[in-house]
Design a protein around this ligand. Structure first.
Ligand SMILES: *Cc1c(COP(=O)(O)O)cnc(C)c1O
Length: 428
C-alpha cells in the first residue's frame, strides 16, 4: 500500500491539531506507523486519500451497523439539511425517534437525547446521584464510559478502594468518589458494597465490554450485580453506547435478559452523526430538568440532522430484525476461519465474541478482565495489524478494541480477510 498522501496530511494536521487527530486512538500510537486519512466510505469499504480500498472492521467504532452511506440514511440527512440544520426549539422528529427507540429497548419509559456517549454516561451518573442523594459510584477497570472526569480513574494504590486519576486534570476529589472493581469479579464488588453500604449512588458497567477487546460477562455476574444494586438501593447503569441496537434491537438488556435502571446509548443510535442518549423509568426520569431538579442541557441536543440519521438507522433495524442473525453468522464465520488458521499454526490465542463484536488476543489465558486482556502479545498484534492493513483490511489500531461488523460486509469480504490473515500467519 502507498500511504504517501496520508503521511503528508498527517504532518500538516500535527501542525494545527494536537497529535494530528481529534480522538487519540486514531493516531496509531499503540501500533505505530502513520494513520490512514480516509476520503470516503461506501458499504463495507473505506477509501483512503491515496486511492486504496479497505474492508472496514470498525464501522466508525460501531455506529455504521448498516454499512457506510446507506441510501435511506443519506436520503434522510439530505432531506433534513434542506429544512435547516438547527432551530433550538423542539421538533416532532425528536418525539418520533424517542418513541421508536423506546419501542425497541426493554424496560424504559423515557429517553433524553444528547450529543455523545460521553455526555450520556456523565448525565446518567449525575441523575443517579441526584435521585439517590449519594456520591460514590462503582466502575470496572478497562470499561470505557467516555472522557468525563468521573470515569478517568485507575485502581488506587495499596489498601485504598477508591481510585486515583488516570489523567492529569482530574482532581483527587473526583477520584475519591469513584470505586474501581474488576470485571467478572462479583466477590470484589460484594466487598465494596459491604464497605460503603449506603454511599453508592450507581454502579456503571458495559454489560459486554468492548473497550478492552470484547469481554463477555461470566454466567451470573450481571445477575449478581443486579441483586447487589437492589439490596443496597443503588442504581444500575448499563452503558450500552457500544452494545445498544448492536447485540440486538434491545441491546444487551434484551440479548442477556437482564434489566438495568438507567441505560446509556450512543454510536448506532445516531447512525453516524453525533448522538448519545440515556433512558430510564418515569420514576427516575422525573428528577431530570425541566421536570425535576437534576440539571442537564444541550444547545444541539436533538439536532434535526442527527435525529434524522438516527431515526433512519433505527427504522431500518426495526423493519429488518434479521440483520442481527446475518451479523451473528458473518462474525461466526470470521471466528471459525481465524480459529482454524491459528489452530494449525499452534500459536497461543483467544477469540472472544458475542453477536457482531469480536476480538482476537495473542495469549494462552482466558481474557475475562482488563488484567488478562493486558497479557496479550502486543508485538504480534502490531505486526498483525500492519500486515492486515497492507492487505486492505482495516482493523482497530489497538489490541484493546473490539471489531464491529456491519451488514454491508459480504462472505466474499470475509474470505479475503481470512486469506490475508493466512498470509500473515504463514510469515509469523
Ligand atoms: C464510545 C463509548 C463511549 C463514549 O462515547 P463518545 O460518543 O465517544 O463520547 C462510552 N461508552 C462506551 C461503552 C463506548 O463504547
Amino acid at each position: 500500500m502507498n500511504y504517501k498522501l496520508s503521511s503528508q496530511l498527517f504532518k500538516a494536521a500535527q501542525g494545527v491539531i494536537p497529535g494530528g487527530v481529534n480522538s487519540p486512538v486514531r493516531a496509531f500510537k499503540a501500533v505505530g506507523g502513520t494513520p490512514i486519512f480516509m476520503q470516503r466510505a461506501q458499504g463495507a469499504y473505506l477509501y483512503d486519500v491515496d486511492g486504496s480500498q479497505y474492508i472496514d472492521y470498525i464501522s466508525s467504532w460501531g455506529p455504521m451497523i448498516l454499512g457506510h452511506a446507506h441510501p435511506s440514511v443519506v436520503e434522510a440527512i439530505q432531506k433534513a439539511a434542506e429544512m435547516g440544520t438547527s432551530y433550538g426549539t423542539p421538533t416532532a422528529l425528536e418525539t418520533e425517534i424517542a418513541t421508536l427507540a423506546l419501542s425497541m429497548i426493554p424496560n424504559m419509559d423515557k429517553i433524553r437525547f444528547v450529543n455523545s456517549g460521553t455526555e450520556a454516561c456523565m448525565s446518567a451518573v449525575r441523575l443517579a446521584r441526584g435521585v439517590t442523594r449519594r456520591e460514590k459510584i462503582i466502575k470496572f477497570s478497562g470499561c470505557y464510559h467516555g472522557h468525563s472526569d468521573t470515569f478517568l480513574i485507575q485502581a488506587g494504590s495499596g489498601a485504598v478502594t477508591f481510585g486515583s486519576p488516570s489523567s492529569p486534570g482530574v482532581t483527587k476529589g473526583t477520584a475519591h468518589d469513584t470505586l474501581l472493581a474488576t470485571f467478572n469479579d462479583l466477590d470484589e464488588v460484594t466487598k465494596l458494597f459491604e464497605e460503603y453500604q449506603d454511599e453508592i449512588a450507581a454502579l456503571i458497567i458495559e454489560p459486554v465490554a468492548g473497550n478492552m477487546g470484547c469481554i463477555l460477562p461470566k454466567k451470573g455476574f450481571l445477575e449478581g450485580l443486579r441483586e447487589l444494586c437492589d439490596r443496597y438501593n443503588t442504581i444500575l447503569i448499563f452503558d450500552e453506547v457500544m452494545t445498544g441496537f448492536r447485540l440486538a434491537a434491545g441491546g444487551a438488556q434484551e440479548r442477556l435478559s437482564i434489566k438495568a435502571d438507567i441505560v446509556t446509548y450512543g454510536k448506532v443510535i445516531g447512525g453516524g452523526l453525533p448522538v448519545g442518549a440515556f433512558a430510564a423509568s418515569d420514576a427516575i426520569m422525573q428528577h431530570l430538568a425541566p421536570e425535576g431538579p437534576v440539571y442537564q442541557a444541550g444547545t444541539l441536543s436533538g439536532n434535526p440532522l442527527a435525529m434524522a440519521a438516527g431515526l433512519a438507522t433505527l427504522k431500518q433495524l426495526k423493519k429488518d430484525p434479521t440483520i442481527y442473525t446475518r451479523l451473528d453468522q458473518k462474525t461466526q464465520q470470521l471466528h471459525q476461519g481465524y480459529q482454524s488458521i491459528l489452530d494449525k499454526k499452534g500459536l497461543p490465542f483467544k477469540i472472544n465474541r458475542l453477536g457482531s463484536m469480536i476480538s482476537l488476543h495473542f495469549t494462552a489465558s482466558d481474557v475475562v478482565d482488563f488484567q488478562s486482556a493486558s497479557l496479550g502479545n502486543n508485538k504480534t498484534f502490531n505486526s498483525y495489524f500492519h500486515s492486515m492493513l497492507d492487505q486492505g483490511i482495516y482493523l482497530p489500531p489497538s489490541a484493546f478494541e473490539s471489531y464491529f461488523l456491519n451488514d454491508a460486509l459480504t462472505y466474499n469480504d470475509i474470505d479475503k480477510t481470512l486469506d490475508a490473515f493466512s498470509n500473515f500467519i504463514k510469515k509469523t
